[in-house]
Design a protein around this ligand. Sequence first.
Ligand code: FAD
Ligand code: NAP
Length: 321
Amino acid sequence: MAETRRTKVLIVGSGPAGYTAGVYAARAMLEPILVQGMEPGGQLTTTTEVENWPGHTEIQGPELMVNMEAHAKAMGCEVITDIITAIDFEKRPFTARSDSGTVYVADAIILATGARAKWLGLPSEEKFKGFGVSACATCDGFFYRGQEIVVIGGGNTAVEEALFLTNFASKVTLVHRRDALRSEKILQDRLFKNPKVEILWDHQLDEVYGTDNPLGVEGVKVKHVKTGAVTDIPAKGVFIAIGHAPANELVRDVLETHMGGYVVTRPDSTETSIPGIFAAGDLTDHKYRQAVTSAGMGCMAALEAERWLAEQGDDVEIAAE
Ligand code: FAD
Ligand code: NAP
């Protein structure tokens, strides 16, 4: 028989937003339960140096997230390795089903499911995913020691991944669809100075090609966005770094979304259109998408959940509006 866990506040997600909500909700004596999801620690576990988390000139992303988890636990937040598969928003208390079979019953829920890497959607990208095509340099860069690598994109992720990959690769070609990068200037400076990096402006990935047996990448064909001219770049690894989309699967049919799927919250608030459901971090933020802003929203969500629960008194067990 499935186990049922009752809590005042269920936090879904273990990135900076989720763990910060955990710290604040625990300190408000709400005895929160936090469900980590398939990526404990969230997106920062897929990067190396983080240089813009206040208090640390530099800290490794995975280390920062281990610290945040320990902090939330030390304050009294229960952290559970599980994945929420569905939430019933129709009546209160809310019911969340999970991969493990455990049912979480909660008076309030803080959604902090963050964002996931986007893909281009090319058939050849799909074919070689996991066999030379990747969206995570820190996870897979090591496989390409002494090889040539292509990175697609022009934002902070693409530039950081290209720089990180120079630790392994003989050459990194960054392919960007415009003639200017979107990433921060400090990262651009480092990229332009790196002798292992070549930048191909105004080009789009057209096709990844390689061998079938064994499955493996041999190169890419990229197309000039204006002339249509095709260039062949030999490479053993292709890293797609074209941005992230909000992980809204649990709520997209129920909550209002905008700007490509980000959950809408009330202005200056983490309240969603359903009372008792709060949303924080990259799930709601199409603009800043930073660790520190996500953590800030996690704090807001816990404070708002605490106030909302206090206002409800004993009335949380009613039909949701
Ligand atoms: P995320 O970190 O995305 O975490 C989402 C969490 O939700 C995960 O734990 C996941 O397991 C969980 N989850 C999802 N679905 C479910 C489910 N169904 N059930 C339970 N849990 C679920 N920002 C900076 O400020 N500085 C940087 O240097 C920096 N570097 C970055 C480098 C890379 C490569 C990337 C990809 C991003 C970087 N960012 C950086 C951005 C930063 O990582 C994000 O803004 C931040 O992690 C968002 O935090 P979050 O808590 O909203 O969600
Ligand atoms: P992003 O900022 O949205 O950049 C995505 C890049 O991919 C853009 O250069 C975009 O081109 C390009 N792109 C998008 N769709 C494409 C397509 N179909 N074909 C080719 N190119 C495409 O995404 P991100 O770099 O992943 O960053 C996401 C968030 O995380 C940002 O807020 C970022 O600041 C944050 N982050 C921060 C750090 C840090 O602080 N050090 C590190 C990593 C990420 P255009 O420029 O032409 O639109």
